[in-house]
Design a protein around this ligand. Sequence first.
Ligand SMILES: Nc1ncnc2c1ncn2[C@@H]1O[C@H](COP(=O)(O)OP(=O)(O)OP(=O)(O)O)[C@@H](O)[C@H]1O
Length: 271
Amino acid sequence: MSYAIQIDRLKKSYGDHTVLNGSNFNVIKGEIFALLGINGAGKTTALECIESLRRYDSGHIVVSGKMGIQLQSASLPAHIKPMEAVRLFAKWNKTKIDDSMLAALGINELTKKPYIELSTGQKRRLHLALALISDPDIVFLDEPTAGLDVEGRISLHDQIRKLKAQGKTIILASHDMAEVESLCDRIGILNAGNIVFLGTVAELTAKIGKRYTLHIKTEQGDEKFESDNIGDTMLTLLEDFKQRGIAVLDIKIDRGTLEQHFINIARGNGE
Ligand SMILES: Nc1ncnc2c1ncn2[C@@H]1O[C@H](COP(=O)(O)OP(=O)(O)OP(=O)(O)O)[C@@H](O)[C@H]1O
């Protein structure tokens, strides 16, 4: 297997606050990988260590390919125009401007407004365009869709999928499980300085798939049952209701959300 990023026993503390405590994970070339964790888990710290923007205390990081890093919000001069920023970044990178990439991100439409007057979504699209100017192999996105409305989110997700289709590797930090579920191939969940889950979304879903809540509506009211074995539980319950002469009016099965599962892992509640 070919890796774009290899992280081995990465440690980083701020004073006596240990944020990364020997974290290990790899990002496979060509995948969309999400680093998940609750606020303050150390996602940005890990990304910045990989990007060489932050010093780390010990461990090894190997990055195989050219990096493109999406800026944080408010990181450009307030009055710079989007195309001025694009030309500046192209000059720094000694590269030609890819007009089709700008068109796909709708940057050409933003000619007149200064940076400060752009909406959150427009800023995000500009940041992504600037990260792509150098035609990187690996694209770093820190909470790419935070603060965007549904339309903005869908459009940015489409752009990220197109990057993957072009063969690029994408690593993003997020605490939005829905985003990760629809967009990412694999995830790593950070908790208390370590990766506590590493695998595909399907693997995570399979874990959750065992937990069901059965909502049964009968003529006597609503009842709720938790189960790991939906088939057996349902048969037993229906038989029981039948024997007691209670009519079942409706049955709803709730699988639990990926988000609940993620929160349990991220907070270190076993699983
Ligand atoms: N420069 C710094 N100096 C001291 N502490 C810091 C510094 N940067 C981050 N921290 C602390 O390190 C911890 C991890 O922060 P980090 O920003 O990496 O987490 P995160 O998972 O990206 O959080 P969020 O989801 O809120 O963006 C937090 O407790 C934060 O307060």
